[in-house]
Design a protein around this ligand. Structure first.
Ligand SMILES: Nc1ncnc2c1ncn2[C@@H]1O[C@H](COP(=O)(O)OP(=O)(O)OP(=O)(O)O)[C@@H](O)[C@H]1O
Length: 240
């Protein structure tokens, strides 16, 4: 098992952001975290990334406590990263590559993330889709086993989103594991092998998209997709 999470809790002063969740993530899959705003996804992911410390609970990586080397084995694509405007795309990749002991050959990152044609462009001249591809490239530069993607296609047009999905599938085909948070149900359905849906800090459903659809879509003519699953599980306030 790649990650085993047991009894994870994160409490802030008077808010329990994550309320005792347990789940496992298999190696080589794309694992999705879904939930409404404030459900506890980011807090969970930041504990998995070792950015924030849990109030309680354990996280094992490949069967062991995470050590100092953990950071070398993961890649994180943050949604709101500011790139240095006076650097080109290639310069940015090169600079980030120097931070790590092991880094992928730049050519490979450029190929994988479809950055070949824009290497000489300045960071402040690239489109939103190109920026997301560059951020993904930066997350991959240390050849991580595990990649964290935070809403990777938010704000992208349909074509840019398709490119992103193709790249993510390519990353998975290389045997890397992915933890993905998204508000796009279509994205989760097309990319994720296993999913948890969170609500108020708890897990309210888990399974493959197929399993979730079988369990939570009714046979009364409503569309059979993850969006329906999500709304059936979390949309009660809207219909009340
Ligand atoms: N540093 C913090 N201090 C206090 N409360 C926090 C902190 N971080 C998160 N919270 C609270 O914890 C809860 C879960 O937040 P979290 O950001 O994990 O949700 P989320 O599912 O990622 O939401 P979104 O989809 O909007 O990103 C929310 O009520 C949030 O206000």
């Amino acid at each position: 098992m790649l990650l085993e999470i047991n009894g994870l809790v994160k409490r802030y002063k008077n808010i329990t952001a994550v309320d005792g969740i347990s789940f496992s993530i298999e190696e080589g899959i794309c694992f999705g975290l879904l939930g409404q705003n404030g459900a506890g996804k980011t807090t969970t992911v930041e504990m998995l990334e070792d950015i924030i410390t849990p109030t309680r609970g354990t996280i094992l990586f490949k069967g062991r406590e995470r050590d100092r080397n953990f950071r070398e084995k993961i890649g994180i694509q943050f949604q709101h990263t500011e790139l240095l405007s006076f650097l080109t795309v290639d310069d940015t990749l090169r600079t980030f590559g120097r931070f790590y002991k092991n880094s992928l050959p730049m050519e490979e990152v450029r190929r994988l993330c479809m950055l070949e044609a824009i290497g000489k462009q300045m960071n402040d001249r690239i489109s939103g889709g190109q920026k997301q591809r560059l951020l993904l490239g930066l997350a991959l530069i240390n050849d991580p086993d595990l990649l964290f993607l935070d809403e990777p296609s938010t704000g992208l047009d349909p074509l840019a989103r398709q490119h992103m999905w193709k790249i993510i599938r390519g990353v998975k085909a290389q045997g890397k594991s992915i933890v993905l948070t998204t508000h796009y149900m279509e994205e989760a359905q097309t990319l994720c092998d296993d999913i948890i849906i969170m609500d108020q800090g708890r897990i309210i459903a888990q399974g493959s998209p197929e399993t979730l659809m079988a369990q939570h879509c009714k046979d009364d003519g409503e569309p059979r997709n993850l969006e329906t699953v999500f709304l059936n599980l979390t949309g009660r306030h809207l219909r009340a």
